[in-house]
Design a protein around this ligand. Structure first.
Ligand code: AHR
Length: 343
């Protein structure tokens, strides 16, 4: 009998322990926020797979879609009992939540790490408690790779490369291959895999173009408000911005507002080219209108992959360490296909 099958037999006892700890923690768990999934244990629940989910926060439209994709699969109908934690952009909240999941003896921990550093200790605690950890979206930097079971998410570096290539394509179309191109970058949360990967991938392509001059990399924290604030500052500081590469659609919405306020226009026929990431519906409409030149998809639908991984593990099957979700680039020419699709 393999380890996961033993865990199945052991689940009744885990439930008794979990019920006791949940009763004790009932008051404290509220502090994790309104997204905390409230539920009650019943004797019928003993066969459910208990999953503790710690999400980064609710900073972006993409994040909401990612949360919904997890909530959609971790239902009682599917055989799960989910304990959800919204970390509100704070690593300390995620660490606290993971420790709470460990003390509740959940069957699996699923979490999207806000940044890559600082997880070694708490993930060792999870390993010592024999709880598999499945990372979604972002990665962790560890000495010991055995501290997590596997990861599901985007190839962020490739997203960055696709952004660079989309820009090169557009500039070629405009016949601007020899012109000096002044670029500003709006970056997401510092230390996050998405920020690091997208910056590295874009730089890789930028280095091949001597005429691309990166004026500044600003920290827009993946939010509309900060994206707008930083773009206003950049427009004030540099009078000759040709391109904005914004690492998510929320910051792009803010940047577009700032561009408009400054009396400038965005798009291939305007003053500033805008390249964005995520490809949420609201942004794809702006691709269609020509305000965003290219939007690099970041696929939020990761729940179904995590479900498949857990089901395999429940059967004692081995799972691959890395699982990449499929992603596309949207430009005016192909965006209609996706806007026609239902959510
Ligand atoms: O880690 C994925 C990134 O995080 C998404 O691009 C962004 O919108 C989110 O907040």
């Amino acid at each position: 009998m393999n380890k996961r099958q033993i865990n199945k037999k052991d689940r009744v006892w885990r439930w008794i322990a979990a019920a006791a700890v949940m009763l004790l923690l009932a008051g404290c768990s509220r502090e994790y926020g309104e997204a905390e999934k409230e539920d009650t244990l019943t004797p019928m629940d003993e066969n459910l797979i208990v999953v503790g989910v710690s999400q980064v926060g609710s900073e972006s439209v993409w994040r909401t879609a990612n949360t919904m994709s997890l909530q959609k699969v971790f239902t009682k109908e599917n055989g799960y009992f989910m304990i959800f934690n919204n970390a509100r952009q704070k690593q300390e909240n995620q660490i606290k939540a993971i420790r709470s999941f460990i003390s509740q003896r959940v069957d699996y921990i699923v979490f999207s790490p806000i940044m890559e550093d600082g997880w070694e200790t708490v993930l060792r605690e999870a390993k010592e408690a024999d709880i598999p950890v499945i990372l979604v979206d972002r990665k962790v930097k560890l000495q010991d790779q055995s501290l997590y079971t596997c990861w599901v998410g985007s190839d962020f570096k490739n997203e960055g490369r696709m952004a660079g290539e989309a820009l090169a394509y557009c500039l070629r179309k405009q016949g601007r291959q020899r012109e000096n191109i002044h670029i500003v970058l709006l970056q997401g949360t510092q230390g996050a895999t998405a920020t690091i990967g997208r910056a590295e991938g874009f730089q890789e392509i930028a280095q091949k173009h001597e005429n691309w001059l990166i004026l500044e990399q600003a920290d827009g924290e993946f939010t509309t408000a900060k994206g707008q604030e930083e773009m206003e500052r950049l427009l004030h500081r540099y009078k000759d911005i040709d391109v904005v590469v914004s690492q998510n659609d929320d910051m792009t919405f803010g940047a577009l507002a700032a561009i408009e306020e400054a009396g400038k226009t965005a798009g291939e026929d305007g003053d500033i080219l805008v390249i964005s990431f995520d490809a949420v519906k609201g942004a794809l409409k702006l691709v269609e209108e020509g305000k965003i030149t290219a939007d690099i998809e970041c696929n939020p639908n990761q729940g179904e992959y995590v479900d498949q991984i857990i089901r395999k593990m429940e059967e004692g099957e081995a799972v691959a360490k890395l699982h990449f979700v499929p992603e596309r680039v949207f430009v005016k020419e192909n965006v209609a296909e996706d806007l026609g699709e239902d959510d």
